[in-house]
Design a protein around this ligand. Structure first.
Ligand code: NCD
Length: 297
């Protein structure tokens, strides 16, 4: 039984075999129904559009069946006081894989410690979102042909966003990576990530202005303000919006990514730029999640 709990657990060989399978699904589809007779349960304690539906679509395309609940905090026995562990003990007896999104940072590990089936972390609190980072990395490789040597700017709410954390962990596996963390000082990336990057020889810069790197990066990874996770009103801290002028200054081959949903940090007029890769990125989620499911069950 294999779980997907955090990005660090993937090595480069595993990532490349995952990406080959994802590419195969993207270009040739899947005809042999490897998930026939298998049940995926999607258990979401936090809202989701792309993650839940792409996982469900992925499992259906692989010939499997899907059950589950969104708003699990209210629609499951959690509202009656049942612990996550008890819920997982029971649900894992009915399922072959549980795709879990939860409010708490250690929820996926807690679930895996008692589960009878594979657990996939679909985002836990401000911790990690490993499957998002895999589809992000797949998109970088697909669009730029190479991951080694890239310069990326991760922009926005880096303290409360989990996708940037997982992507930083994955990039730490590659060579000559430069990560520019561009954020208001109160929303800057946490020290644990910086310690990890130092250990893996990743060059990083902490910045609060996108102008400083706009013309040198290969990827702008924009994120929204995680308002629902802020204790205080930090709305004045979020001023790192892309503009058509900034996009003009980017290198021609460079791409703009965003895990979505977006608010106004990427204005709609940027959608028609050839640099806008965020909808393709979201679409890639299907193929990467098909490959993930096919490899763990
Ligand atoms: C992200 C998440 O849930 O962390 N969304 C997603 O899964 N694509 C990003 C976000 O909510 O801002």
């Amino acid at each position: 039984m294999r779980h997907i709990l955090k990005s660090q657990d993937f090595d480069r060989d595993r990532i490349q075999s995952l990406f080959s399978l994802a590419k195969q699904y993207k270009t040739q589809g899947c005809t042999n129904n490897p998930m026939s007779g298998k049940i995926m349960c999607s258990l979401f304690y936090e809202p989701s559009t792309r993650t839940r539906l792409s996982f469900e679509s992925a499992h259906l395309k692989l010939g499997g069946s899907v059950m589950g609940t969104d708003n699990a905090g209210e629609f499951s026995s959690a509202i009656k006081g049942e612990s996550l562990e008890d819920s997982i003990r029971v649900i894992s007896a009915y399922s072959d894989v549980i795709v879990l999104r939860h409010t708490e940072n250690n929820a996926a590990e807690r679930a895996a410690s008692v589960s009878h089936c594979s657990i996939v972390n679909a985002g836990n609190g401000t911790g990690q979102h490993p499957t998002q980072s895999l589809l992000d990395l797949y998109t970088i490789q697909d669009k730029l042909s190479e991951i080694n040597g890239i310069k990326i700017a991760m922009v926005g709410d880096l303290k409360y966003g989990r996708t940037v954390r997982s992507l930083a962990y994955l990039l730490g596996k590659y060579e000559n990576i430069t990560i520019n963390f561009v954020a208001h000082p109160d929303m800057q990336i946490s020290d644990d990530i910086l310690v990890y990057l130092e250990k893996h020889n990743v060059t990083y810069n902490l910045l609060n202005n996108l102008h400083d790197v706009i013309d040198v990066v290969d990827v702008i990874y924009q994120t929204r303000s995680q308002k629902e996770r802020h204790d205080a009103d930090l709305s004045n801290h979020y001023s790192l919006k892309l503009t058509p002028n900034l996009v003009e200054k980017m290198q021609d081959h460079a791409i703009i990514m965003h895990p979505l949903p977006r608010n106004d940090e990427i204005p709609l007029e940027i959608d028609c730029s050839h640099k806008a890769a965020y909808f393709e990125q979201a679409a890639n989620g299907l193929w990467v999640r098909m490959a993930l499911l096919a490899q763990i069950i």
